[in-house]
Design a protein around this ligand. Structure first.
Ligand SMILES: Cc1cc2nc3c(=O)[nH]c(=O)nc-3n(C[C@H](O)[C@H](O)[C@H](O)COP(=O)(O)OP(=O)(O)OC[C@H]3O[C@@H](n4cnc5c(N)ncnc54)[C@H](O)[C@@H]3O)c2cc1C
Length: 357
């Protein structure tokens, strides 16, 4: 199933495992089950710490498999053969289950651990979807941290009847405890903010107690990040509040001709922006939506959470967003049939060969 090159790469990664892993397969007589069994056997052949077992479970999707520690309930399940864009999600799930640290800060890990309740997540994805791995990887990490969170990543192409019955119109689409939870790209922070409403209140209280900033930037795209860096470098008390740090670059994999960067990927570019900003003393307040600016000697930015931030100077760098045309159902069906297309995308496609942005 895996070619020699991929096996070599995977073998090197799997040397980082410090704990045993059990892959539990739920299979039938179909071709896809045989394909999955081949993949799991290949993986197990690359590390002595990985074993594969087959189990019967009438309620389980087939083919599917779980990744967990031997003898313990597993929170991660793939109802798919996770190749394509999801191969990275598979590798990360193996490494993290096997003891490799996750790229999450301690406060976030603690917040996930403290979530109360039982959370059964299902994510529908496609192997060619570029926005899906972030959601799959976020929910897998959450399932590893908190045993009351379970996540199944489902390849819609293998489970068409479900896709139709549940009216999944776009990927990624998430369900929580059988109810629609949202669609489109989202990471751990966004999912947590939706789940842990108590945390939103705590965050609002913390934000409300911030001192007056010299400069407060609203917007965390490339423009807001640039302002923050130049402001903080001058020793000015700088805050940056953003609904989604990174901005529009997160909506695309292909970023070209951003001055000095000939070609990169959107998420990579956004991570570089974040690292650059964090190199300076900037108070970054992510996943916070500003709703109102009240100008004055000290300006106020009112956030959706109810908190009010104060600053001597406010800089708005809120970029662009998809324009709505206010037709019934537009918001409800966003990502489920309603989509946007930029003039940039259209012109770039037709003139890609000669275009230089
Ligand atoms: C699909 C796509 C492909 C692209 N490809 C390229 C490319 O190849 N090369 C290139 O150079 N450019 C490309 N661009 C354009 C590029 O992404 C933008 O020019 C750039 O992101 C603009 O930066 P910005 O900081 O002004 O705004 P944005 O990136 O739009 O950032 C705005 C910020 O403000 C925040 N915000 C907005 N409203 C609020 C609010 N009320 N409260 C709090 N925060 C708020 C947002 O969350 C975000 O953090 C592409 C854009 C898209 C969508």
């Amino acid at each position: 199933m895996l070619d020699a090159n991929l096996k070599n790469q995977l073998k090197a990664y799997l040397e980082k495992l410090t704990r045993p892993i059990e892959l539990v397969a739920f299979l039938d007589d179909g071709d896809k089950s045989r394909e999955l069994k081949g993949l799991l056997d290949d993986i197990a052949s690359l590390s002595t710490r990985i074993s594969v077992v087959e189990k019967e479970d009438a309620g389980a999707r087939r083919p599917s498999f779980t990744i967990g520690e031997p003898g313990k309930p597993a929170g991660i399940r793939f109802a798919s053969i996770p190749m394509g864009h999801e191969f990275t999600s598979l590798v990360l799930a193996l490494l993290q289950t096997g003891g490799h640290p996750m790229k999450l800060d301690d406060a976030t890990i603690e917040q996930i651990r403290n979530l109360e309740g039982d959370f059964e997540f299902e994510t529908y994805f496609s192997l060619s979807c570029q926005n899906c791995p972030e959601v799959v990887q976020a929910l897998n990490m959450m399932a590893l941290i908190n045993p009351r969170i379970r996540h199944v990543a489902i390849d819609g192409a293998l489970f068409q009847q479900e896709v139709e019955a549940r009216q999944v119109m776009a990927v990624p689409t998430m369900f929580l405890n059988g109810e629609s939870f949202g669609s489109g790209r989202s990471g751990v922070k966004e999912i947590l903010a939706k789940l842990d409403t108590g945390s939103a209140e705590r965050a609002a209280k913390e934000l409300a107690s911030k001192p007056v900033f010299d400069v407060l930037i609203v917007g965390g795209g490339p423009a807001g990040a640039a302002v923050a860096i130049y402001s903080a470098r001058k020793g000015i008390a700088t805050g940056l509040v953003a609904e989604r740090f990174g901005g529009q670059v997160l909506d695309t994999m292909a970023i070209e001709n951003f001055i000095s960067v000939q070609e990169t990927e959107g998420p990579k570019f956004a991570t570089a922006l974040e690292q650059h900003v964090k190199h300076y003393e900037v108070d970054v307040m992510d996943v916070q939506r500003a709703e109102k600016l009240v100008p004055g000697r000290v300006n106020e930015i009112h956030l959706a959470s109810g908190a009010v931030l104060k600053a001597k100077t406010v800089i708005l760098s809120t970029g662009a967003r998809w324009r709505e045309i206010n037709v019934p159902g537009e918001r409800e069906y966003r990502g489920r049939g309603v989509a946007w297309r930029t003039a940039r995308t259209a012109t770039a496609r037709s003139s890609r060969a000669s275009a230089s942005r």
